[in-house]
Design a protein around this ligand. Structure first.
Ligand code: BES
Ligand code: ZN
Ligand code: ZN
Length: 494
């Protein structure tokens, strides 16, 4: 899909569909905004007549198709009622992403390949609004066809944005880079675990490093053994597919404004280990590397966007499987920070690999550490598939992440790192145990992780709910969503 700017004076040749978003205010006054008023005049009042005749309302999902017979004018004009007026709780970026999604869906259902959208009234001078609209279009066009023999899908070839005012073209490019990052995160997660293995993710990280000229270091079992990363190895040992710890390093050209560490859970398949999951609990566990997918693709985008922030990404990639070396429940291992952990449940494996990764991340002396992980069923059950859970040791960092998520149209809510429950992770024979009872599982997972960060402001985002969804929803497709990528990119750019 090519999105470009089109001057309002240009002709309407080569256009299958002209889309006119109309705000609620314009409809109420029976006086569509100026830009549409001019088109209406050219059409001798056809648009305002149809608006009145069909009691057209500002409802995204009930657009109105008007056919025009005027020579030199597109035959199909689509009016989309758009709630454009600010009210309390109104989120312009979300409204524009939804509008982008509706434009895509309408073009698709009408097989319109070349579309023009009148954006004169959408205040696209604000680059974050333009970016949001373009992302709505681009994210909607995602389709995972890797395993389909017939890969033919509808392709929206071009979207021209009609605007008399100058708008920032680089916001379009930014939307393209962000959407490509989200799409490749979705691809990684959608791939079955036989193909998206730890070595596959390592190869992808190496490709990204080569293309974007990033630093990369991959530690295998033997090196991790020398480092005594035994908490991480306790999960790695059960994996027949070669596990690794990936460290990806982006350093901007000029002086970096700050240095941020990202950590992503990369369990390419979670059987639960010897504490094996039941069938229904296991069958979607190829998604358990969604955190690592988000970290790798976000860093790729950061490099493309030349963001002036130094970023170091850590992704432990492994399977959580069963073989003769797999950790037995009850085993005690020592983490990189010296703490001993009694592993009572091998299905609480994410916190084990992340624990050691967080210790390494803190050694980098960053201004903050953010981890993304499909960590607990508890947060997924409680928040459902629309919201991710945010746990943070630092209020300022939490605020910034919540704001970034809002701008990026990803839903994030803060949950407590409740100190009251800390004792539940105490082991009678070691410093910690990796589970602490059935209640508040998401909080316990976060509390466990907090034991591995000493003083750097740290945030943990539990994406177990939204990482993988069971039906199409707006600009998200059934399956992987690429959640986290947009929030991280927004956070690093603001
Ligand atoms: N990968 C799972 C969490 C998960 C659940 C991700 C649903 C995506 C969707 C994680 O490793 C896990 O199994 N967690 C256990 C922890 C428990 C044993 C303390 C859980 O949440 O049930
Ligand atoms: Zn698990
Ligand atoms: Zn897991």
């Amino acid at each position: 899909m090519i999105i470009s700017l089109v001057k309002a004076s240009q002709t309407f040749n080569d256009c299958d569909l002209l889309v006119l978003p109309i705000s609620a205010k314009g409809i109420k006054a029976n006086k569509p905004e100026l830009s549409i008023g001019a088109l209406d005049k050219r059409l001798a009042g056809t648009l305002s007549r149809e608006i009145a005749l069909f009691e057209f309302k500002a409802q995204l999902h009930r657009p109105l198709l008007v056919q025009c017979g005027l020579p030199g004018f597109p035959r199909n004009v689509l009016l989309i009622g758009w709630e454009g007026a600010p009210r309390s709780g109104y989120n312009a970026q979300l409204a524009l992403r939804k509008l982008g999604n509706i434009v895509f869906e309408q073009a698709k259902s009408r097989r319109a390949k070349r579309v023009l959208v009148q954006v004169a009234d959408l205040q696209m001078q604000d680059p974050s609004r333009l970016q949001a609209f373009c992302e709505g279009l681009l994210l909607s066009s995602y389709c995972f066809t890797k395993y389909k023999t017939d890969k033919k899908v509808f392709e929206l070839q071009s979207v021209g944005l009609l605007s008399p005012r100058k708008i920032a073209v680089n916001a379009i490019q930014r939307a393209e880079v962000v959407s490509r990052a989200v799409s490749s995160a979705r691809d990684f997660v959608n791939m079955p675990a036989v193909d998206c293995t730890p070595p596959f993710l390592v190869a992808e990280a190496r490709r990204i490093a080569k293309e974007q000229k990033l630093g990369i270091k991959v530690c295998g079992r033997s090196e991790l053994r020398k480092m005594k990363a035994d908490l991480m190895l306790s999960v790695f040992d059960g994996s027949n597919e070669e596990p690794s710890l990936i460290r990806l390093h982006y350093k901007p050209r000029g002086k970096a404004k700050r240095k941020v560490a990202l950590v992503g859970k990369g369990v390419t398949f979670d059987t639960g280990g010897l504490c094996i999951k039941s069938g229904p609990g296991m069958y979607e566990m190829k998604q358990d590397m969604a955190g690592a997918a988000a970290v790798l693709t976000a860093i790729e985008a950061i490099a493309k966007l030349k963001v002036p922030v130094e970023v170091i990404g850590f992704c432990p990639v492994t399977e959580n499987m069963i073989n003769t070396l797999a950790t037995k429940p009850g085993n005690v291992v020592r983490a990189l920070n010296g703490k001993t952990v009694e592993i009572l449940n091998t299905d609480a494996e994410g916190r084990l690999i992340l624990g050691d990764a967080l210790v390494l991340a803190e050694k980098e002396q960053c201004s903050c550490i953010i981890d993304l992980a499909t960590l607990t069923g508890s947060v997924a059950n409680f928040l459902g598939s629309e919201y991710s859970g945010l746990f943070a040791s630092d209020d300022g960092l939490a605020e910034k992440l919540l704001r970034a998520a809002q701008t990026a149209s990803e839903r994030l809510v803060r949950l407590p790192l409740a100190p009251e429950y800390r004792d539940r992770l105490k082991s009678p024979i070691a410093e910690l145990k990796n589970i602490g009872g059935a209640e508040a599982g998401g909080i316990l997972g976060a509390l466990f992780l907090s034991e591995f960060v000493e003083k750097t402001p740290w945030a943990h985002i539990d994406i177990a709910g939204p990482a993988y969804i069971d039906s199409d929803r707006g600009f998200n497709r059934k399956g992987a969503t690429g959640v986290g990528v947009r929030t991280i990119l927004q956070f690093l750019q603001s």
